[in-house]
Write a protein that binds this ligand. Sequence first.
Ligand SMILES: [Zn+2]
Length: 343
Amino acid sequence: MTADEVFTVLDVGGTTLRIGAYDPGTDVLSRVRRVPVDGLHRDPGAPVPVLQRRVVEQIVCEVAAYTGGRPPRALGVAFAGPITAAGLVRAAPTVWGRRGDPLPLGELLTERTGAPAVVVNDLTAAAWRYAATEPGDFCLLTISSGIGNKVFRGGEVLVDADGHGGELGHWVCDLSADAPLCDCGGRGHLGAIASGRGVLAAARRAAHAAPAAFRGSRLASLCDSRADGIDNRAVAAAVRAGDPFATEVLRGTLTPLAQAITSVFTSVGVCRYILMGGFALAVGEPYRRLLVAELVRLGCFGLEPEQIDALVSLGVADDDHGLIGVGRLLAARTPLASARGAS
Ligand SMILES: [Zn+2]
């Protein structure tokens, strides 16, 4: 495998930039390097235009260092934010903060690296990873510090040209005046309630509200019986160990998530839901089982309870979704990928 045959792929999130080589001929990702992102996370006080310049500069430098200064054959970037079909980053709250003008990242990187650059939303890239193995349409759901989703149907991720879509995390599911606040500033959004962060807040509230039940729980034994000492790792471990206290807390947050899934199911008929994200995968199979139980309780119109179990599966527990996914997307959009060796 030479540098000419592989794609250079990147995954740029709020804290970590990953870069790797994806071989479209063998579908293998290799030589992954990780560095901290030179954005908001490292310098929270810097103005957005400064951080935008630094992040672009960092990507250009990392690519040059990675390929030894030669333009890569093609460059694929999975990026944490809504992105238009033309590669314009409309927002990147975790990378350079809330405000700031849209950034034509695809255009800038094509110009600066000399390689055709494709920039897509990170969850869109992740959906392409699963598109290779899923036999039909599916909805990818990520449950980590926030919640996101993407529907993959008929060979494409369903978002409009401006990048709208896949934002179930900002669906309002709690209308009460004191509903939890979302990262986006809105109140009662699914991402504030059913994300890892939402479950953690619910666990602490439950521990304060029912101190005796908390003290007798497995969860308490994992955090010195202090409500404020609860973290996601403890919640995940307690649920996996079958702790009734932690399980009830999690179940409460799964109701609105199950409602969101039934609404996607009843509106567009997608019959496969793949769960990824640090929190859901840390809990693992018990998370999937509890979610299925909520879906059975709510009902999925037209499905028997035993069919509902087959709706939901767990994704792969690694950090390579964006890299492998954007590599597969590039391969699908580069018809010469397999023919090149023969020409
Ligand atoms: Zn929100």
